[in-house]
Write a protein that binds this ligand. Sequence first.
Ligand SMILES: *Cc1c(COP(=O)(O)O)cnc(C)c1O
Length: 463
Amino acid sequence: MVSKKILLDEEEIPKQWYNIQPDLPKPLPPMIHPGTKEPVKLPPPLFPLECLKQEYSMERWIDIPEPVREVYRIWRPSPLFRATGLEKALKTPANIYYKYEGVSPPGSHKTNTAVAQAYYAAKEGLERVTTETGAGQWGSALSYSAQLFGVKATVYMVSASYYQKPYRKSLIETWGAEVFPSPTNRTKSGRTVLEGNPESTGSLGIAISEAVEEALNTEGVKYTIGSVVNHVLLHQTVIGLETQKQLAMVDEYPDQIIGCIGGGSSFSGLYWPFYHDKVKGKAPKEAEFIAVESSAVPKVTKGYYTYDHGDTARIIPLVKMHTVGHTFIPAPIHAGGLRYHGMAPTLSLLKDEGVLQSRAYNQLEIFEAAELFTKTEGIIPAPEPSHAIKATIDEAVKCKETGEEKTILFLLCGHGHFDMKGYDDYNSGKMRPYEYPQAKVDEAMMKLRQLYPWINHELSGMT
Ligand SMILES: *Cc1c(COP(=O)(O)O)cnc(C)c1O
């Protein structure tokens, strides 16, 4: 009988996070100031100072503060499951494992970094932090963490989600943060959008502009972020570091490592430690890294690797990443966490270097996969990690055809208890697939080139 659940003792919670920066094949391209056209760093009033330090750190290992580990003990180490039910249903010779991050109180991996950012904000004596949230997973993780350390939190929630996902909003409020539907009248960025379109349902790019603007203009207030940037991704490496120990307990090493990508933080948290094995020559196998996005937001599969803004109001400097354009307004797909227009610069660089593969699925395909997973494994997955489930099923079916006994590892980064509207639509046959057209990506890229003709877009593959 194979063991279903592979658990670690509390002492095995990692004592350090892994930072990939010193191990990248080449340095990250610098941010560029759109006015001076010179390389710039993020301004110190933006992030808590310790986060800013980690953002540019070349230390490979960064100590996890003891008060943060203390909070991690509430749900960490998280379980690694062998997907025996799914394997049986697929009749695959593959061994499938999934690391489950839905066990944190807010229900996703986001809490791993929220706790750290809230701790650093409190240590610096900040009174309050601001942030944005799309579907509400990040907003709830931050609200939960901020109150643990006695810091106030203000959340700009994409208006479409604020009204469509009222219970994520309720969670944010229950943990004590204030939450506003973005765009708001509280900021210049919000007011500008509302003047152009009073009915705007918002986007993550707009909500980021609002949260950043307020932080930069208010004493004792700084900004926190749920994905994309280096310090967030490195906080997530507790996921992969624990998984390595858990797989070793059952004498396994993955042939394939699969995760969904919104901004890239959960998947990076899983694969970075395995990438470290690879560069150190410690990997017993050549593991493949497969990043899965939504075909409604195809920044890696259809977008361009070029300089763009991370926010719609263009407050944040230009950063080189895969993007569908900062003007992107997402279709109302259920995987709210995958609707961001850009991608983590580290993940973008590694994709460009051929270290990672990427693929995209539409929401009908991923809910089909989620349905099979729910019936065979019991846990109701969030729509975002259901993209990884879909890719895993496809790979496991290939193994059946070829007879290969691959070990496949994927990340189940959150549960879907607040996504039942999506399951309702799927169950009643109302769900439609959606693919973002290449022409729309190209149109946004043309606009970008008109804004910044001095960037050598051709070098970024943009024609
Ligand atoms: C936020 C979120 C995502 C997308 O963000 P990443 O930074 O790519 O991980 C995916 N799944 C869940 C459950 C999320 O909360």
